[in-house]
Design a protein around this ligand. Structure first.
Ligand code: OAD
Length: 228
């Protein structure tokens, strides 16, 4: 049985990583247009690099929580594909083997000119750090107004799944939010969130309004009772 799981910032909240929209719509005090758009990069690349250097440090210091571990555990019994909007690596560190990062990864950087010239990065990226093509390095992260290259792979994963699970996302950022509409009509669907977000009617939908760590525990119990 195939499970597709779409996760957002809420799955990492209990690991101490802040969500985007839980406080005033600001990211760590910054309006999104100042740190996560191509325009921001043109206007003030140092600020953008600093912002993501700080995010990288936060992620390095964080550890996976019981929600990440629970989703990884499900691989013992199901075929599980994680589609995450998160740029952290907590799903991988918890042991999930199939993780698609829709919005990029904080531990990767790329040439600002060539999106395929990608490198690992653990420390800071500084202004003046260049890729092999001589162009400035930037975080390998999808900013607002940029295309989401992995969305089609994500759609296929969702279309093929027998169960579709959403954990900790406000479902306001497209195209990721639209993935809920690609699930098979008959597939059982679950949304786990501290505050269930608005979604249009979905057939066969169950809501688990709890923090991710508790919600994933409940989900595992439901899946084991129903499908094993
Ligand atoms: P948001 O900050 O928009 O939403 C976080 C969701 O997590 C909300 O629905 C909260 O109710 C929920 N939440 C908070 N704490 C939780 C907890 N402990 N357990 C369960 N749920 C909890 O984050 P995303 O939906 O991930 O994109 O945001 C989507 C995208 O917006 C991000 O990937 C990012 C941002 O712009 C890019 O960087 C391109």
């Amino acid at each position: 049985m195939r499970l597709a799981v779409l996760t957002g910032a809420g799955v990492s909240a209990e690991s101490g990583l802040k969500t985007f929209r839980d406080s005033d719509g600001l990211w760590e005090g910054y309006p999104v247009t100042e740190v996560a758009t191509p325009g921001a990069w043109r206007k003030n690349p140092s600020l953008v690099l600093d912002f993501y250097n700080m995010r990288r440090r936060n992620v390095s210091d964080a550890i996976p929580n019981l929600a990440h571990h629970g989703l990884a555990e499900l691989e013992k019994e199901f075929e599980v594909d994680i589609i995450t909007q998160n740029i952290d690596d907590l799903h991988e560190r918890a042991g999930s083997s199939s993780v698609l990062h829709l919005h990029g990864e904080i531990f990767k950087m790329r040439s600002e000119r060539n999106e395929r010239m990608i490198y690992e990065i653990r420390g800071d990226i500084l202004l003046g750090d260049k890729a092999e093509d001589g162009h400035q390095l930037r975080p390998n992260i999808v900013w607002f107004e940029e295309p989401v290259p992995l969305i089609e792979s994500a759609m296929r994963i969702v279309q093929q799944a027998d169960l579709f699970i959403v954990v900790g996302t406000s479902l306001v950022v497209y195209p990721a939010a639209g993935l809920v509409h690609y699930a098979k009509w008959e597939a059982a669907k679950f949304i786990i969130d501290k505050r269930i977000p608005y979604t249009t009617d979905l057939h066969n939908l169950s809501l688990i309004e709890k923090p991710a760590t508790e919600g994933v525990k409940d989900l595992i119990q439901i899946l084991r009772t129903r499908y094993l």
